[in-house]
Write a protein that binds this ligand. Structure first.
Ligand code: ZZB
Length: 261
């Protein structure tokens, strides 16, 4: 599986996170710290509304050299370390472990989205065994993201977040004849998906959204506006990589298999 690793800069840690980091000898002042989200849909980065982490995951903070740090699962950083992405081949010792809970509420800056400042929010269904354990939220085109966002808006206290951190409206970025400008919303309603825990229906919605978006979608935003998704996807990806905002990251076969049991 080939993912695009999107570098989402942390522009403001919460006071709680700052306290923890400093207490453990890491001062983010003057450094660039990135949450690395693994995506299969780089062309949808125009529609990011937040970045998801899991409270069940202890992420590593990894030194990338030149004052840059990555936050992602150790498993994914280990893979990266054998793909010429990190400073030293086979070196995947984190500087520090940071639980996802500490990151929730932090301010971030993500590439291509028109929203200047986004927040880190919790997603319970993130798998530690896939990608980087960090998921960028595109509620217009990802049914999982749409449903999780709706759940956060409905029960902010339960989720231990400030409702203001959640962007209410998805950004339309891809149009298909079948599902309109917000395929995730359309599919979630059509399949009557109520909760992020409706995993089976969500998997079905995701498959339909991938297919329709890829083969029949037209991009509505950015430099390649009006182009078919199929054609725009590699171009957006290349632009992001060339600008140093993303990198290509491969997930070995073994890890892909372990996620289906
Ligand atoms: C942005 C995005 C926009 C995504 C979209 C999808 C869609 P897959 O197909 O099962 O390999 N993801 C990445 N890592 C994880 C994880 N550890 N746990 C849960 N979800 C994860 O899934 C890859 C996609 O699932 C990734 O691409 C990411 O969300 C999420 F419009 O990034 B995506 C129809 C889907 N649309």
């Amino acid at each position: 599986q080939e993912y695009t690793g999107i570098k989402i800069e942390v522009t403001g840690f919460t006071a709680r996170a700052l306290g923890y980091l400093r207490e453990h000898g890491f001062d983010p002042e003057g450094k660039k710290v990135y949450l690395v989200a693994a995506t299969l849909r780089p062309e949808t980065m125009y529609g990011q509304t937040c970045c998801f982490v899991s409270r069940k995951i202890d992420y590593g903070l990894f030194d990338m050299g030149h004052g840059e740090f990555f936050i992602c699962t150790r498993r994914s950083f280990k893979n990266m370390s054998y793909q010429e992405i990190t400073p030293r081949r086979g070196d995947y010792k984190e500087a520090l472990l940071v639980n996802g809970d500490l990151l929730v509420g932090s301010k971030i800056h993500a590439p291509l989205t028109p929203l200047k400042t986004l927040r880190v929010l919790p997603m319970e269904t993130i798998l530690e065994s896939k990608g980087t354990g960090v998921v960028t939220c595109v509620p217009s085109d990802s049914p999982d993201d749409f449903v999780t966002t709706r759940d956060l808006l409905n029960k902010p206290e339960y989720h231990g977040i400030d409702r203001d951190w959640v962007v209410e409206d998805p950004i339309s970025i891809v149009r298909t004849d079948k599902y309109g400008d917000m395929c995730a919303k359309t599919l979630v309603e059509k399949l009557k998906i109520h909760s992020p825990k409706d995993t089976q229906q969500l998997a079905e919605a995701k498959t339909l959204a991938y297919k329709e978006g890829y083969y029949n979608g037209v991009l509505l935003k950015g430099k390649y506006q009006g182009m078919k998704v199929e054609d725009a996807k590699p171009k957006v990806k290349k632009d992001l990589v060339d600008a140093g905002l993303a990198f290509v990251y491969n997930e070995p076969e073994k890890a892909v298999m372990s996620r289906s049991g």
